[in-house]
Write a protein that binds this ligand. Structure first.
Ligand code: SF4
Length: 331
């Protein structure tokens, strides 16, 4: 059968944050797996980016292995979509440096995402590297000539900087880079067990690698409608976190759960049990698939090394074009 031509190339990545939770799954990984085969995907472990907000590198390797084990478990196929560490492809650093000459600090200071980050993280001073974060991101995307960038609205200003840098480079030297298209995507968000954003630092996650008992124990603490104290009390599913989970993981039973909640016939304990069952059923195959990587982390490192060799060869090809266009190293 003739293979479908990919619609374009996408670079997507994450900082190495360790084991993935359901928020990561719903917000990104599920989409990455869906796009596999439609686009040509490169998956980056953004370990340089991680340094912009945390200088402690002691956990980077462990966190990388844990995270990639989950990527593989949910269905990222490294033979189709290379997985690689940013720090192992030195061309990222080289292109970042060259790009940093093509943008002013005033432009970077106007970046609204940076302003929000400074406010949220309560930062008094930011480093030179943090200010240049979108320039590194431009290098990440353009090194692989990514021509589509799926982003949520909050990340769109970064892609605009990538587009500006690509245009500036092409106009100054030669047409080397595509001008990547911003593909505004609504990333589904799954709240954590306390109703806030699901995040490991808040201790409100369900992990993809959690076993059934752990999922049940965690869900017992999940926030529900505070007015529904016992079975028989009518509930409001629209304000209940467990109902949000049911909508994602137990769609077939949603109408019944909704009417049972509203009438009071369904109690929260039973509802949480149903929810735990379906979440566990969804993630059980992932847990099983990640087991060999947990037992043999060297397999993950092998996959990374293969991905890195493939990424490096694409990156070096681009850098040769860049150096030639800029007449660097000419003899
Ligand atoms: S019955 Fe279910 S949906 Fe209704 S409030 Fe309780 S946990 Fe939430």
């Amino acid at each position: 059968m003739e293979q479908m031509k990919p619609k374009g190339r996408i670079l997507s990545g994450m900082r190495p944050t360790g084991k993935m939770h359901l928020g990561n799954y719903v917000g990104a990984l599920e989409n990455w797996v869906k796009l596999q085969g439609i686009y040509e995907n490169f998956h980056l472990i953004a370990d340089y980016h991680a340094l912009t907000t945390n200088l402690d590198t002691s956990e980077i390797l462990t966190n990388t292995i844990e995270m990639v084990s989950d990527w593989l478990a949910v269905g990222i196929n490294p033979e189709i979509s290379p997985i690689f560490r940013q720090s192992q492809i030195k061309q990222h650093a080289e292109l970042h440096l060259l790009f940093s000459m093509l943008i002013t600090t005033a432009r970077l200071e106007r970046n609204p995402t940076l302003k929000e980050q400074v406010r949220d993280l309560n930062m008094e001073n930011i480093t030179y590297g943090h200010l240049g974060y979108p320039v590194l991101q431009a290098a990440d995307i353009l090194l692989y000539k990514g021509n589509v960038v799926p982003v949520g609205e909050d990340q769109a200003p970064h892609v605009e900087i990538t587009r500006e840098i690509a245009r500036k480079f092409n106009a100054t030297y030669a047409e080397v880079f595509p001008i990547p298209e911003t593909k505004l995507t609504t990333f589904a968000r799954l709240p954590g067990l306390d109703g806030n954003k699901m995040s490991k630092s808040l201790g409100n996650t369900i992990l993809i690698s959690d076993d059934e008992i752990t999922v049940r124990t965690k869900l017992r603490k999940a926030i529900t409608d505070p007015q529904k104290i016992r079975r028989g009390d009518p509930g409001r599913p629209e304000i209940c976190l467990v109902f949000t989970y049911q909508q994602k993981f137990n769609q077939a039973e949603v109408p019944e759960i909704e009417s049972g909640c509203r009438s009071g016939a369904l109690g929260c304990v039973e509802c949480k049990q149903k929810c735990a069952t379906t979440i566990s059923q969804t993630i059980e195959p992932y847990r099983v698939r990640r087991q060999p990587y947990a037992e043999h982390p060297e397999k993950v490192l092998e996959i990374l090394k293969e991905g890195e060799a493939r990424a490096r060869s694409v990156a070096e090809q681009t850098m040769q074009e860049v150096r030639q266009a800029m007449r660097l190293g000419e003899v």
